[in-house]
Design a protein around this ligand. Structure first.
Ligand code: PMP
Length: 363
């Protein structure tokens, strides 16, 4: 069987060249006589992988030296607690912007650890847009502002030119579903976190990019493993890191670098998103709930056919045609195409071709 185009929201498609390289090195990594999976995390071979992965990420995202790059576990969901535990320490206050399900989950968790307020929300229109950040104000004496930069379920994203204006207050972003997909200036953020399983590698690794000035004593009773300082002091080797996922991430980052880096990737991503959205917009059969065109995600594109029965039929027929995992999230229904960095434009073209045929057969 051939490989399919996999539109999963995550874990998601990886570049085929990366999988092939991993396969070549699977049993005997560079003459070490063992797999990276079997290697001590204290060995020099692994240490090189660890360092190279950090260096590549720093280069690709242009991360200044005063930021630490941490390799953690527990997914982005663990960061929903780690962020308030470590950052809500001076004033005990933070402001959150609610633009979808994951932003809400982050907010719900933070409420447990301090005085948390909602500075802006797009719930009034079922999260189909991003509020205009020029109009959003924040409370005095807050420790940070939190956003989810790309809303995986609703298919919206904060454009790099529509970030909250927080002044000296650190901006924290959950970038799980659009890290490395377009250029954001790391200097605009105090902390960025992202699960690897969409744009960086397999599941199991959570990347945290944190301004060193924010690595302080956490709230009392914070577990050692949930303290940024623990991991920063030991270069993310306090305990066993997810070594194989980090290795895979290194291969993905090398692939991205060879392709020209984030700026080049962003151009391709824009082309892919335009291809799909242009088709949806010209059709009177398919429709997009994301009417705020400037806020549309380049990574997750939800859309609908005229009814739920046809949505289900679409998912079934698409899979037969090698186009997999197109069912929308259970919260919103419909369909969703996740087209992360590793999805080639040919995959999006194949989807558009199929959509055209499906429309002709079912209208
Ligand atoms: N934040 C966002 C934006 C996500 O898309 C997801 C997963 N879909 C999460 C957080 C949760 O990530 P994890 O499963 O790594 O905890």
């Amino acid at each position: 069987m051939e490989r399919v185009y996999n539109f999963s929201a995550g874990p998601a498609m990886l570049p085929e060249a990366v999988l092939e390289e991993a396969a070549r090195e699977l049993v005997n990594y560079k003459g070490t006589g063992m797999s990276v999976m079997e290697m001590s995390h204290r060995s020099s071979s692994y240490d090189q992988i660890h360092q190279d992965t950090q260096d590549l990420l720093r280069e690709l995202m242009n991360i200044p030296d005063h930021y630490e790059i941490l390799f953690l576990q527990g997914g982005a969901s663990t960061q929903f607690a780690m962020v308030p535990l470590n950052l809500m320490t001076q004033h005990g206050k933070a402001d959150y912007i609610l633009t979808g399900n994951w932003a809400k989950k982050a907010y719900d968790e933070a409420v447990r650890y301090g005085d948390v307020a909602i500075a802006a929300s797009s719930k009034d229109a079922n999260f189909t847009y991003i509020p205009n950040m020029a109009e959003v104000t924040f409370r005095d004496e807050i420790d940070y502002v939190h956003i989810c930069s790309n809303n995986t379920i609703y298919g919206t994203r904060f454009r790099p030119d529509n970030l909250p204006q927080t002044g000296d207050v650190p901006l924290v972003a959950d970038m799980s579903s659009n890290i490395l997909s377009e250029v954001y200036d790391v200097n605009d953020f105090g902390l960025i976190y992202a699960g690897a399983q969409k744009n960086m590698g397999p599941a199991g690794l959570t990347v945290v990019i944190i301004d060193k000035a924010l690595i302080q004593e956490p709230q009392p009773s914070t577990p050692t493993m949930l303290t940024y300082k623990t991991h920063a002091d030991k270069n993310s080797l306090y305990n066993t890191p997810p070594t194989y996922t980090i290795y895979m991430t290194k291969l993905v980052l090398e692939w991205l670098k060879d392709l020209g880096g984030v700026e080049a990737m962003a151009k391709i991503n824009q082309e892919k998103a335009d291809l799909l959205y242009d088709f949806i917009d010209q059709s009177d059969f398919y429709r997009s709930a994301v009417t705020a065109k400037d806020d549309r995600s380049l990574m997750n594109i939800p859309f609908l056919t005229p009814n739920a029965d046809l949505d289900a039929q679409f998912v079934k027929e698409a899979a037969i045609n090698g186009l997999h995992t197109l069912k929308g999230h259970r919260n919103v229904g419909g369909l969703r195409a996740s087209i992360y960095n590793a999805m080639p434009i040919e995959g999006v073209q194949a989807l558009v071709n199929f959509m055209d045929t499906f429309e002709k057969n079912h209208r």
